[in-house]
Every structure is written in C-alpha cells, then in structure tokens.
Write a protein that binds this ligand. Structure first.
Ligand code: ZN
Length: 171
C-alpha cells in the first residue's frame, strides 16, 4: 500500500472520529471517576483526569474501505473489546485490564497528536498486521505485565519514548 493513499485519507478518518466522539459526548466518564482500584498505580492522576471512556454495546471503527483505505479493511472486521479515539476510549465492558490497554493508546494519541498517531497506526497495520503493529505490541505487552501484577515504573514516559521511536521509523 502506498503511504500517500494513507496520508490522503487521514483528514476523512479524523473527521469521522471527531463526529463519533461528539455523538457520545453525553456518555463520557472521566477515568479518575471510573472507580478502578489499580489504574492509579500505573497512571498519574493528571492523566486519569484528562482521559475518558464510554461504555458501548459494540465497537465501531472508521469505515476505512469507504474512505479509500480498502487495504486496511481487515481492521474493520476485527472483534475488539475496545478502541481509543484521542482522549476517549470506547469499551464493551468495565474490565480493568482492557481499560489499562486503552490508556496506553490515550498516551500515544496525546504524544503523537491525531495526524501522526493515525499515520503511525496505519503504517503499523500495513507493515505488521494488527497484533504486531508497534503501537499495539507495546500496549499488549504492558497489559500482560499489568495482568501478571508486575510493577511497571514510569509507564507514561516509556510509552511516550516508544512513540517517538516509532515515528522515526516512518520518515
Ligand atoms: Zn490496542
């Protein structure tokens, strides 16, 4: 897939995301009010206060094929428990491990900004597939450590540093 096709589609993907977030504005819950006991051990209160989640019956992803990204249509078919758009993630359950995973994506969105996040995520999908794309790989690997109740120091700075390394590889 030509990276220019991806770049050309990014504004439409971004508008779809903005519309989707706006549609759920009244159902947003601040993570600091979510009542999870373990998340504050991994993320700063500042981050949890500026992050949101919405409980939804099913996850919706941008209509990538309709937006000219047929090469990424496999992503639309995925059966995900959660998805993160900017400072808000959408989840089908109140599962703390899933919420931990999506918080990693919130940090990535924040570090990269929408344009670079979507570019890095899209390129990662094309090159490595969903599960091994770099922005997913780190989220799954930290989630496994969270599940194993391992201590994780400085999650936010590790994720931010990783983002900067990933974006370097795109050029
Ligand atoms: Zn993920």
């Amino acid at each position: 897939m030509d990276i220019n096709i991806l770049i050309a589609a990014l504004p439409s993907v971004n508008s779809w995301i903005d519309g989707y977030i706006a549609k759920h504005a009244n159902s947003k819950v601040r993570l600091s009010d979510a009542g999870f006991s373990r998340l504050p051990g991994y993320f700063s209160s500042q981050l949890l206060e500026s992050s949101y989640y919405v409980l939804v019956p099913r996850i919706e992803s941008p209509p990538l094929s309709d937006l000219g990204l047929g090469a990424l249509s496999f992503f639309e078919g995925g059966n995900y428990g959660g998805i993160t758009y900017k400072d808000t993630f959408f989840a089908t359950s109140r599962n703390e491990s899933l919420h931990f995973h999506e918080m990693i994506h919130i940090i990535q969105w924040n570090e990269l900004g929408p344009e670079k996040f979507l570019l890095a995520y899209g390129v990662g999908l094309v090159r490595f597939g969903y599960r091994n794309s770099p922005l997913e790989q780190i989220a799954y690997s930290m989630q496994a450590q969270f599940d194993a109740r391992q201590q994780l120091e400085d999650v936010e700075s590790i994720v931010r540093k990783h983002c900067r390394e990933v974006i370097q590889t795109i050029g």
